[in-house]
Design a protein around this ligand. Structure first.
Ligand SMILES: Nc1nc2c(ncn2[C@@H]2O[C@H](COP(=O)(O)OP(=O)(O)OP(=O)(O)O)[C@@H](O)[C@H]2O)c(=O)[nH]1
Ligand SMILES: [Mg+2]
Length: 292
């Protein structure tokens, strides 16, 4: 069989399980996950390599109506991923609202579309059946695949279904490459994931993590990271009484970073107020959301 290769973009509303699916497909925890909406802020590639194919999956931010410059940049990543895909995977769940403008955009793409109906563990078979019919009637798609990405499922079977729509071609990346992102990027993401899990309300959305130094020192890796918040009051919440908050965050994040890097880690976390960074081009550029 000739070698196949292509880009597969996973798009959908926030919280439907896109990052959970990406991690299952590549067999490793790469993209961060949380029960809060808009956890993912970047387009992150996860590459599945096989003797017969290379599928380059893009995890993307959930589609929302933009409220600030950061959101605009995030939606830019979604539309870019949609534009350069060979196959579009639209992910949804039984409860998810189908935004008409978004559906229209999906129905206009020139590549095949596969719909994944996720979180079927939360619904009855009858509800899943009805939703599948609704999706088939509203979205111009090749097929609708129901699953629960959170639980073990037949990943090989899903990959072979998707492979059907991938064109013949040479691999885009070296065949031992798993992602386009650096270890430094994932370290910042792990810290951000713990902020999403440990803090409530607007705090996770006001935080950006920047790893500004990453040094291998023999048996240990020394990591220096700054957490940028938008206001002084948020800095206080993050640090907590007597530094308890930041200590707890640092300990949890360090343990996960050690597992990820398979090394001892020293983690230095500082909180910095960078007023309204989500609205300022300079900071969005510095944090990798915009080109200079
Ligand atoms: N019950 C159930 N929960 C799921 C399933 N898949 C994902 N989740 C949960 O849904 C929440 C959101 O998952 P994510 O993978 O972060 O969703 P996402 O689409 O990447 O979200 P954004 O990055 O915010 O756009 C997490 O709490 C997951 O554990 C599933 O099949 N069943
Ligand atoms: Mg995500």
């Amino acid at each position: 069989m000739p070698f196949k290769s292509g880009f597969v973009s996973i798009i959908g509303r926030p919280n439907v399980g896109k990052s959970t699916l990406l991690n299952q497909l590549i067999g490793q925890k790469l993209s961060i996950i949380s029960p809060k909406a808009s956890t993912t802020r970047h387009r992150i590639l996860g590459i599945v390599n096989d003797d017969e194919y290379q599928m380059v999956f893009s995890d993307t931010p959930g589609v929302i109506k933009s409220a600030n410059e950061l959101h605009n940049a995030m939606m830019g990543f979604v539309w870019e991923a949609m534009d350069d895909s060979d196959l579009l995977v639209f992910m949804t769940d039984v409860e998810d609202e189908l935004l008409p403008e978004f559906v229209e955009r999906i129905n206009q793409v020139s590549v095949p579309v596969v719909v994944i109906l996720n979180k079927i563990d939360l619904s009855t078979q009858a509800q899943v059946g009805l939703r599948m019919e609704e999706l088939k009637s509203k979205i111009l798609c090749a097929e609708v695949i129901p699953l629960s990405a959170l639980y073990p499922f037949d990943v090989k079977d899903l990959l072979s279904k998707l492979l059907h729509y991938i064109p013949v071609g040479e691999p885009y990346f070296p065949q031992d490459q798993l992602t386009d992102r650096t270890e430094r990027f994932f370290v910042a993401e792990i810290i951000r994931e713990h902020i999403f899990h440990l803090y409530a309300q607007e705090i996770p959305y006001s935080c950006e993590v920047n790893v500004w130094d990453f040094k291998e020192r023999g048996e240990r890796i020394d990591i220096y990271a700054e957490i940028h918040v938008e206001r002084q009051s948020q800095k206080g919440i993050l640090i907590g009484k007597g530094g308890e908050g930041i200590k707890r965050l640092g300990t949890k994040a360090r343990k996960q970073i050690e597992d990820f890097l398979e090394s001892h880690v020293f983690l230095d976390l500082r909180v910095k107020v960078t007023e309204n960074w989500r609205k300022k081009d300079l900071f969005l550029q510095r944090f990798g959301y915009k080109n200079n």
